[in-house]
Design a protein around this ligand. Structure first.
Ligand code: ADE
Length: 251
């Protein structure tokens, strides 16, 4: 898969792409991520990329010509051109999975007060927001999308990858995780995790995931993939029971 990030500030984006999982995925050729300087596609001696807004009101707006020129130079047949925009559809695991199924995604990072509307109307075929807040530009959102998409690509997460990719796919928050030491500052790792009983551990994790989701993000339960028994468990939480009170030996 290829991901192009078009930005006026490559220096803001490149370091994050060189480190850790993204850096390794690129080095191993699992993803082809290119950072493109929008200024290279601006015309004239001063390579101007922004201008005053028609109709008045403060704030500079990104001109359409450099963005059209950049995308027309970069795009391959069927490429998905995504404008990073707080008005776009909200990034979710589902959106990330959808983008991970593409062969070429071009992410356009806006700057200044906005982007000429003709970019959204006639150039981009998608618009994505990373949440209901406004950032100074689309660079961080483009990195967030790149990270969420890249970790879903085959081979990127390694041997443990399948399970990690699945989490959130069933619509639940992750259960708590522990490593050594077994006791730290008076808090012990739950005994079940040291039991070696894998079925019991899996049950405990599932109950914890449902409990955490019910407590912190009850909105997710409406669409979470739960069995009828797990739905009954949620009803018990609703009535005030806690995981510790369940008669399951895992607890
Ligand atoms: N640009 C500025 N804020 C943004 C957001 N929340 N999502 C995507 N692009 C943005």
């Amino acid at each position: 898969m290829r991901i192009d990030i078009v930005t006026l500030f490559p220096g803001m984006v490149e370091p994050a792409l060189a480190e850790s999982m993204l850096g390794r995925a690129r080095a191993r050729g699992l993803v082809d991520i290119r950072v493109v300087n929008l200024r290279d596609y601006a015309e004239g001696r001063h390579r101007v990329t922004d201008d005053y807004q028609f109709g008045g009101g403060g704030g500079m707006v990104l001109k359409p010509e450099p963005l059209f020129a950049a995308v027309e130079a970069l795009r391959t047949p069927g490429a998905r051109v995504v404008l990073m925009d707080p008005r776009g559809r909200t990034l979710t695991q589902k959106v990330a999975a959808e983008l991970a199924g593409e062969t070429h995604v071009i992410l356009l990072a806006g700057r200044y007060e906005g982007v000429d509307a003709r970019v959204g109307e006639g150039l981009a075929n998608d618009a994505v927001s990373i949440g209901d807040y406004v950032l100074t530009g689309g660079e961080l959102p483009a990195l967030v999308v790149t990270d969420a998409v890249t970790r879903l690509l085959p081979g990127v997460l390694g041997a443990e990858g399948a399970a990690a990719r699945e989490s959130f796919a069933d619509g639940l928050l992750e259960p708590p995780q522990y490593t050594r030491p077994e006791a730290y500052r008076g808090v012990r790792v739950p005994a079940v995790l040291l039991s070696g009983d894998h079925a019991r551990i899996a049950r405990w994790r599932r109950v914890q995931a449902i409990w955490l989701t019910w407590r912190e993000r009850p909105d997710l339960l409406a669409t979470a993939r739960l069995t009828p028994d797990e739905r009954k468990l949620v009803e018990r939480f609703e009535r005030g029971e806690t995981p510790e009170q369940l008669d399951d030996p895992a607890n």
